[in-house]
Design a protein around this ligand. Structure first.
Ligand code: FES
Length: 138
């Protein structure tokens, strides 16, 4: 894109507007962007129920739920620091103390947007995360 707005900025604005208007809710994945990019997140059997694993390089939490796996960005929506999961399942950013609830909604501090959730799948006994497939939190 030209004229002073980046492609990423444009896509972010479109996704925000779509989320506010509820567009794409029935499709589940509403932020596929330029396609799919699945990354491995380990063997399913390596997770215990309720466990959240941090993939620090990818700034990503993968969480095992009763019904399967969920993946949430660990990248603070303020300036991008990796948020720390607390014992109660909420998240705290160590940089400027933004907090997020267990569903990633911003609850305090300078961060003005919630954390992003990604599409997951299990295949061949392993977990994969589509880091281009943004979904609503369950
Ligand atoms: S980077 Fe997280 S609060 Fe500033």
């Amino acid at each position: 894109m030209t004229d002073g707005i980046s492609r990423r900025g444009f896509l972010g604005a479109v996704l925000t507007i779509a989320a506010v208007l509820g567009i794409g809710r029935s499709a589940r994945v509403y932020g596929a962007g330029s396609g799919e990019k699945w990354i491995p997140a380990g063997k399913s059997s390596d997770y215990t129920p309720g466990q959240a694993k941090l993939f620090k390089d990818e700034k990503l939490y993968v969480i095992r739920k009763e019904t399967g796996f969920e993946a949430m960005s660990a990248k603070c929506t303020h300036f991008g620091c990796v948020v720390d999961r607390q014992a109660d399942g909420t998240y705290l950013c160590p940089c400027h103390k933004s907090t997020f609830d267990a569903r990633g909604l911003n609850t305090h501090g300078p961060a003005k947007k919630p954390l992003v959730w990604y599409q997951t799948k299990e295949e061949g006994g392993s977990v994969f995360v589509n880091i281009k497939g943004i979904v609503e939190p369950k």
